[in-house]
Write a new protein. Structure first.
Length: 157
């Protein structure tokens, strides 16, 4: 027969000794002295982007309802301009909600909104005018989001 050994750390009654600590519980304890936590950084970054994108979405709604001082008014603009404004008035607030909830779909929708803004600016500059500074800022925000997401995903290991 196979020899049976008694488990280390177990008392005579079969219960673990109080001095032994479960490895899973030990890993799940917060490490306060670890320094920068990338998952927390990602959460703050997503929440900050959510605030900016909800403001951006509301600014597009202001153009639609006529609350902005835009000349000519929304109704007198070209159909391409109107379609782009309505698209961003819908997608930006939805992406902002997803970012605020720190949901995966929020990040994906935000990336879609930023990329579509940049693509429309490149191919249709008359419809969606974007300055070089704003385009650089959008690219920088995308790279920052992807980098922080990558670093936060490796933190679990």
């Amino acid at each position: 027969m196979w020899p049976f050994r008694r488990r280390a750390g177990a008392s005579e009654e079969g219960r673990p000794e109080p001095s032994s600590v479960d490895a899973a519980l030990k890993l799940s304890e917060p490490a306060s002295g670890r320094g920068l936590r990338w998952d927390r950084t990602l959460t703050w970054f997503m929440r900050l982007m959510a605030l900016l994108w909800i403001a951006k979405g509301l600014s597009f709604w202001a153009v639609i309802v006529g609350a902005s001082a835009m000349v000519p008014p929304f109704e007198d603009r070209t159909l391409g301009f109107q379609a782009a404004i309505v698209y961003f008035a819908v997608i930006d607030p939805i992406a902002a909600v997803g970012l605020w909830l720190t949901a995966t779909w929020g990040g994906v929708l935000w990336l879609l909104a930023v990329m579509s803004h940049l693509i429309l600016a490149v191919f249709f500059p008359g419809v969606v005018p974007v300055s070089l500074t704003l385009a650089t800022a959008y690219c920088g925000l995308m790279v920052t989001y992807l980098l922080i997401s990558f670093l936060a995903s490796g933190e679990d290991e």
